[in-house]
Design a protein around this ligand. Sequence first.
Ligand code: PGA
Length: 252
Amino acid sequence: MSRRPLIAGNWKMNGLSADGIALAKGVAEKRKAEAALACDVLVCPPFTLLADVARALAGSGVAVGGQDCHAKVSGAHTGDTSATMLKDIGCSHVIVGHSERRTDHGETDAVVKAKAAAAHAAGLVAIVCIGETLAQRDDGRTLEVNKTQLKGSLPEGANAANTVIAYEPVWAIGTGRTATPEQAQEVHAFIRSELVKLVGETEADKMRILYGGSMKPENAAQLIALADVDGGLIGGASLKAEDFWAIARNCA
Ligand code: PGA
């Protein structure tokens, strides 16, 4: 099964208007110069930049996504943003259940599942993040933790068209320490085998599973080449158009 890779930039809480828009335009220029690129490209700026970045990227072939959404469509939820609102301003994707949301905001699998369901209802692709901590890996619980998070975070109706999984080992995020190809492939293949039980063989075979955690130009080629790695969710290295593009070009 050949799955078209997705290269997604997660800008996290970085970027003021001028540099954020310049970064988006830089990515759009690179995309334009590489018509034959064999992957989808997505950027997920902070909420404050979403509308401007969506405008700057309109028609460029680079998609825009949110980094989080609320589970409800609207209502008394001060400070929150709904999936419908993201869709309204031009987003096609939203990241849910990033480990920083799970840690900083106490998001449980049930919360992540509700957010992913809201994303689907709004017509967005949900990028559902899972991944073990270093302590869990050292305890030999990597597969069990990812299995539990996957099962608990995937809503009814998840399929390859509306859902992307991101495996992000917490110990590799922002640390400069990347999973080895063997470690990444082991978990990705395991996630796909669990997906067979959750969404059926056909969808599991088509569903993209991204790797995230200190992916950079120097290590992207060997990770993206792995049989069950279908692209990357890139944090730090997505903040420079050159670096982000050097990663995307591995899909050419
Ligand atoms: P990183 O972040 O590439 O900076 O490690 C990845 C992520 O958290 O999505």
